[in-house]
Design a protein around this ligand. Structure first.
Ligand code: NAP
Ligand code: HSE
Length: 442
């Protein structure tokens, strides 16, 4: 029996999904059971990479959701509204939803999950993180036995593509970003990619799944690559590192960490920032549009997921996998009105999570200082770090000219509050003109 699919959006991802549905040969037999019944777009006259019967297309996403022939709603239009309202509308109509929209899930995931649980329908989102890499379902199901220590990785394809080409070819930032847009990797507004917001949306989602509770999306410290100076990429290279935009979610176990009301709280350090990664680290070799997510758990140890993180085919692969999951359940159990949801696949929250105060976290740091080139500068800088309790791993002077020098310091893992205290003291030194760059180091 065929299952009716309604597609909200026929852009990069939507066209990839339509292409898979139109060519089921050689794929899982269930793909042949999926029938595209209605598709919403903004502009009916726009040329499309897939040929669809004209009667399938319309400009009303509400009509697609409401169409009785549509049994599963696939939201691949992006943006917050009307995407959020359409997802809620589909849920209210008892229709399962598949979405690739990390922005809407990172901000409205709790509301959507509550509505879905109340109505007894699934909302699946494998494509929202990591493009074609299976990471959502593994976190929900295959790794469910673990206490997750850390989830870290490269989860934005556009910025990894830009950084890789800048490092390999010295390519111009703007030109490579334009290529990423042309290739369908970037968001409709690429500021979300380069300013780190897309990676923050994704790590917010992974955090919820790995630790069983949400953290406020707006409170995740986020830094993108738009302010990154090519000079730091070059210096990093000379020091044996590559620069990657990393997203990290780490559990922080605290004595007396529960709320005054006695509720158990999981404290977390969650952040997104450009990071110097040692060339020997597994994430250093992840280049181009590829993403990689390293999950560290007890007892499993380290598991790394790698693959294409954006683009039509990989993302559509993840979307269709979710559709198949729902189609499989429907085939086994019927449409499921009133049936209980599988708690692993539905993945609700089961714990309170909170972000720790950033000043109390510990990191290795890279800092580039502009100074005058005179005797004693390195000694004074070293003293400031030492007095603040910041241990230095290396200190190197670059480009010493007649009057100016650039001094790059890499610290050991130190308390952020101490590091900030040291920087304030260094900035006050008369021979220091300023802190030119400050990046994290793995
Ligand atoms: P896109 O190429 O911009 O496509 C968006 C589609 O939605 C277009 O077909 C557009 O119609 C349609 N649309 C937008 N607003 C609409 C409205 N109000 N009514 C009717 N149709 C509307 O975007 P995309 O790259 O496919 O991304 C879609 C979603 O997938 C986003 O949430 C994105 O974050 C996510 N995602 C993308 C990738 C990727 O590699 N691109 C990877 C993972 C996740 P027109 O074509 O007529 O303008
Ligand atoms: N713009 C996103 C990226 C698409 O570049 O990673 C995949 O989520």
């Amino acid at each position: 029996m065929t299952i009716g699919i309604g597609l909200l959006g026929l852009g990069t991802v939507g066209a990839g999904v339509a292409e898979i549905l139109a060519t089921p040969e050689g794929r899982h037999p269930l793909v042949a059971e999926l029938e595209l019944r209605r598709v919403a777009v903004r502009d009916l006259d726009r040329p499309r990479p897939v040929q669809l019967a004209e009667h399938l297309l319309c400009t009303s996403p509400e009509a697609v959701v409401d169409d009785p022939a549509v049994e599963i709603v696939v939201e691949v239009m992006g943006g917050l509204e009307p995407a959020r309202s359409l997802i809620l509308r589909a849920i209210a109509a008892g229709k399962p939803v598949v979405t690739a929209n990390k922005a809407v899930i990172a901000r409205h995931g709790e509301e959507i999950a509550a509505a879905a649980a109340a109505r007894g329908v699934y909302v699946l989102l494998e494509a929202a993180v990591g493009g074609g890499i299976p990471i959502i379902e593994p976190l929900k199901q295959s790794l469910g036995a673990n206490r997750i220590q850390r989830v870290s990785g490269i989860i934005n394809g556009t910025t990894n593509y830009i950084l890789s080409r800048m490092a390999a070819e010295g390519a111009d930032y703007g030109a490579v970003l334009a290529d990423a847009q042309r290739l369908g990797y970037a968001e409709a507004d690429p500021a979300a990619d380069v300013q780190g917001g897309d990676a923050a949306d994704k790590i917010a989602i992974l955090t919820g799944l790995a630790y069983g509770g949400t953290v406020p999306r707006g409170a995740i410290p986020t830094e993108g690559i738009d302010q990154l100076d090519g000079r730091d990429v070059t210096y990093a290279d000379q020091l044996g590192f590559v620069v990657k935009l990393l997203a990290v979610a780490q559990r922080i176990d605290r004595a007396n960490g529960d709320s005054p009301a006695g509720e158990a709280i999981q404290w977390l350090d969650v952040r997104v920032h450009p990071t110097l990664v040692p060339r020997s680290h597994p994430l250093a070799g992840v280049n181009g549009v590829n993403n990689a997510i390293l999950v560290e758990g007890e007892p499993v140890g380290q598991v790394m997921f790698f693959g294409p993180g954006a683009g039509a085919g990989p993302t559509a692969s993840a979307v269709v996998a979710d559709i198949l999951n729902i189609a499989g359940i429907r085939q086994a159990c019927g449409a499921g009105e009133g049936a209980a949801l599988d708690p692993l696949l539905a993945a609700g929250s089961w714990r309170q999570c909170r972000l720790v105060d950033g000043a109390q976290t510990t990191h290795r740091n890279y800092v580039r200082l502009r100074t005058s080139d005179q005797a004693g500068v390195i000694g004074h800088i070293g003293t400031c770090f030492g007095e603040a309790g910041v241990s230095i791993q290396s200190i190197v002077q670059f480009e010493a000219g007649s009057e100016a020098a650039e001094i790059v310091v890499i610290t050991h893992e130190v308390l952020e509050a101490n590091f900030r205290r040291a920087l304030a003291a260094i900035e006050a030194l008369p021979e220091v003109q300023g802190v030119a760059a400050c990046l994290r180091t793995l």
